[in-house]
Write a protein that binds this ligand. Structure first.
Ligand code: GSH
Length: 203
């Protein structure tokens, strides 16, 4: 049994997308969270130790941190071919990309959005390196790991969509975003994102 603890329009949205890409059966527990604008509050149903989302419960195994959840799911469902199995030649690149998103890309996007890149050359250089890494990868393949769409594209695509206005003008980034966001699984995930399914009442 898989349950994703999810708050609408948050970092857990990308895991809804990934689960739709994988195509397995799962439940969503729609949770409240403390939002940055001061709204919302920690939800007692959410097992995340900090009350954040995403959190994934697989039977009695709890996984938190988006990159860990993505890795856990793609390892659990190798038939979906959205990751890279242990021992495969792509494994190193796959782990690198997933952790790069959390360790480099997201902090760089936040620095750009908050204005921290202005007036601090080192912070700006870190942001520029992130953009250069994305553009370099997109010169080589339609997807970040080459010819094949992977969970890396879910993680990067969802963050890039959110931060697009703060990234430089680039047809390569725009084309990439169109390519990944246009996927049917993302359309389904977007429909589920803020909408708990209607449960039919039993007469
Ligand atoms: N590094 C974590 C960040 C999770 C995170 O900060 N999630 C936000 C939603 S976008 C949250 O739950 N915030 C509620 C809070 O900070 O209490 C991950 O990627 O899983």
């Amino acid at each position: 049994m898989l349950t994703l603890f999810h708050a609408p329009w948050s970092r857990s949205s990308r895991l809804v997308w990934l689960l739709e890409e994988i195509g397995v059966s799962y439940d969503i527990c729609y949770c409240d969270i403390a939002r940055m604008d001061g709204s919302g509050a920690r939800d007692p149903r959410n097992p995340h130790p900090d009350g954040k989302v995403p959190a994934l419960l697989h039977d009695d195994v709890l996984v938190t941190e988006s990159a860990a959840v993505a890795l856990y799911l793609t390892d659990l469902f190798p038939q979906a071919a959205l990751g890279a199995p242990v021992g495969s030649p792509e494994r190193g690149a796959y782990l690198t990309w997933l952790t790069w998103v959390a360790g480099e890309m997201e902090p760089a996007f936040w620095a750009r959005i908050s204005g921290a890149t202005e007036g601090d050359a080192k912070v700006r250089a870190r942001y520029d390196a992130v953009i250069a890494r994305l553009l370099g990868a997109l010169e080589r393949g339609p997807y970040l790991m080459g010819q094949r769409f992977t969970a890396v594209d879910v993680m990067v695509g969802s963050s890039l969509a959110w931060a697009r206005d703060f990234c430089p003008p680039s047809p390569a980034l725009d084309d990439y975003l169109d390519r990944v966001l246009d996927r049917p699984a993302n359309t389904t995930a977007t429909a589920k994102d803020g909408t708990p399914p209607v449960v039919a009442e039993v007469a």
